[in-house]
Design a protein around this ligand. Structure first.
Ligand code: RIB
Length: 337
């Protein structure tokens, strides 16, 4: 049977509080003999601390929460792995929950995590949170534990944030296509109301305008960051007679590549592609896809380091950390200069 604190206290003839303080290496006014006896009884009975019981004394559960919008998206599964692995080194367990890009799930899962006594929260908000900003911001502002917005942020919310410069990333992508002679460039976006989308369109638009290139209405095709939405844009990309396409995330690029393959469109011979997230080349056949890399390991570790400081009250000023993405050139862009 699992030995509890009260069993050790009874055997050592001391209070439960004394046992908990000794086993948590906290200061305690009992003799060194009693301390050794408590430690021996715990060891002999293979005592393992109950984190819930311990939290009653220490007021911490050594548990963190992570809300992500799409656990099937490689970007988020990689981010989750980085955060979970890193926090574990510091004795923190991570509870991971998936909002499926629905803001009501963000709010429900937030309460579910708080009910489990998490000490801190990482959140990559859902696409639809941008359509319900006031409600989500209000909820986050009420939090009494440290929280960090990761990857997807609300500019107007004065809170800790770690994210990438999406304007820069999309500018690099479009500029690379333009420097290879492309002037008719499609852009497959995420949901138009998402901050991520606005920024990634802004960078594309900046590069096009800098080179005096027209952005025709049918160049801009809205997806939702998921594979199927990328697949659904394939016929429109073919019909709009652009020579290149900038896809604002890898999952949509995967869907687009599938549809283009079905239609016999060759990359880069018939159409050049630059994607975003740089995660596909481990999985697909054919030419490597030129892409914007968002160093997920750096994103996750930066967020964890900030969280650890917040948990130890070593950081009080709000930090908004913007990381630089990088263009990784492979073989999916044809030079037509
Ligand atoms: O692929 C998912 C996208 O949404 C990534 O580019 C990341 O920025 C996330 O916000």
């Amino acid at each position: 049977m699992k030995v509890k604190l009260k069993d050790i206290a009874k055997q050592a003839n001391v209070s439960i509080t004394s046992v908990s303080l000794v086993l948590n290496n906290k200061p305690c006014r009992i003799s060194s003999e009693k301390k050794e006896l408590i430690e021996k009884i715990a060891k002999d009975n293979n005592y393992t601390p109950n984190i819930n019981a311990r939290s009653l004394i220490t007021n911490e559960t050594k548990t963190l929460g992570l809300i992500i919008p799409d656990i099937e998206n490689i970007f988020f599964s990689r981010l989750t792995k980085t955060i979970e692995t890193y926090c574990r080194q510091f004795g923190y367990a991570l509870i991971i929950v998936n909002s499926n890009d629905e803001y009501k799930e963000d709010l429900y899962l937030l309460d579910l995590l708080l009910a489990r006594g998490i000490d801190g929260l990482f959140i990559a908000i859902s696409n639809s949170a941008y359509n319900n900003k006031e409600e989500v911001c209000l909820r986050l502002k009420k939090l009494t534990i440290p929280y960090i917005m990761v990857d997807r942020v609300f500019d107007e919310l004065n809170c800790n944030q770690v994210y990438f410069d999406n304007v820069k990333g999309s500018y690099l992508a479009a500029k690379h296509l333009i420097e290879n002679g492309h002037s008719k460039i499609s852009c497959i976006t995420n949901c138009i109301y998402s901050k991520n989308t606005v920024s990634r369109f802004e960078g594309y638009e900046k590069a096009m305008k800098e080179h005096g290139l027209e952005i025709k209405k049918d160049y801009i095709i809205e997806g939702d960051y998921r594979i199927q939405s990328g697949y659904n844009t394939g016929d429109m990309v073919i019909k709009n007679h652009t020579t290149a396409v900038f896809v604002t995330n890898d999952m949509m690029a995967l869907g687009l590549l599938k549809r283009l393959g079905e239609k016999g469109i060759k990359i880069p011979e018939d159409l050049s592609i630059v994607s975003y997230d740089n995660l596909l080349n481990d999985f697909i056949l054919g030419p490597g896809i030129t892409s914007i890399d968002q160093n997920i390991s750096n994103l996750g570790k930066t967020a964890c380091d900030l969280m650890l400081k917040l948990l130890k009250n070593e950081e009080t000023a709000i930090k908004k950390i913007c990381l630089d993405p990088e263009l990784i050139i492979k073989k999916s862009v044809k030079n037509i200069v």
